[in-house]
Design a protein. Structure first.
Length: 263
């Protein structure tokens, strides 16, 4: 960015913020470096590239810098959602730094060579009423977006689910044969379950009633000694939600492994 002091300053600030924001152990300091990288520098670089041949007033420059930075954040979230690694601090800083560097590079190439460098001086703001209203609205939107980032919200209308699985024994207890039956609840609230297990060649069935909180898992170990025969036998597990209509909610079938003979 030689010959363009403002672009050189923005580039250096972007690199410093991109390095400091994800590495600083203190959250307040990390946020201090992340704010300009997220809400000002990308928009300034894009504005400088778009208006390289036609300078604009400082109030319009500040408004466009903030507005385009918010656009970069919105579109960047969609982009990072489909790249390996997903959305994270490192991917965000890399994306924003690349936007700033490329925007400043395009601005430097498009600016007339005879144009003197525009230093980053303290602007004398004399915005119109409409510009002031837009600036206040943009600042409120940016503050609300930042606050929502750190706010946990409930998902009242989200649909939860329950998982039922049947797994072979682990190497630690393989000598005993048997299997493991697990239930995992990803429902939105506590749910009462009834688990019924049927084993071939075994009279009757046994059941377990339990209650799971959201994210909780219950694992039942089913030994091969439950079967009347030492050979592998079929096993079927049925899961019911006790507060529903009594129909089978989940079903899984498998085999009880034959125990290893003792030496």
């Amino acid at each position: 960015m030689r010959g363009h002091r403002d672009l050189s300053t923005v580039t250096v600030l972007a690199l410093v913020c991109a390095l400091a924001a994800p590495l600083l152990p203190i959250e307040a300091l990390s946020l201090l470096f992340a704010l300009p990288l997220a809400f000002f520098l990308p928009g300034y670089a894009l504005t400088a590239a778009a208006f390289a041949r036609r300078p604009i007033e400082r109030p319009q420059l500040l408004l466009l810098s903030l507005g385009l930075s918010l656009c970069v954040l919105a579109l960047g979230a969609l982009l990072l959602n489909y790249v390996p690694g997903g959305i994270g601090p490192v991917s965000w800083t890399l994306l924003l730094a690349l936007v700033v560097l490329n925007g400043c590079r395009v601005a430097a190439l498009r600016r007339p060579k005879a144009r003197p460098a525009a230093p980053l001086t303290r602007p004398r703001l004399r915005p119109t009423a409409a510009a002031a209203a837009l600036l206040i609205a943009a600042l409120l939107c940016a503050t609300a977006a930042l606050a929502l980032t750190f706010t946990t919200t409930s998902a009242k209308h989200a649909n939860g689910y329950s998982a039922l699985w049947l797994l072979p024994p682990t190497p630690k207890d393989r000598a005993e044969g048997g299997a493991r039956i697990g239930v995992n609840s990803e429902e939105q609230k506590s749910v009462n379950y009834r688990l019924q297990v049927r084993v071939a060649d075994f009279r009757g069935e046994f059941a377990r009633n339990f209650r799971l909180e959201p994210g909780e898992t219950r694992v039942l170990k089913l030994g091969a000694s439950k079967a009347a025969s030492a050979r592998p036998v079929a096993v079927t597990a049925l899961l019911f939600r006790r507060n529903k209509d009594g129909n089978v909610y989940r079903r899984v079938s498998g085999w009880l492994a034959e125990p290893k003979p003792s030496r």
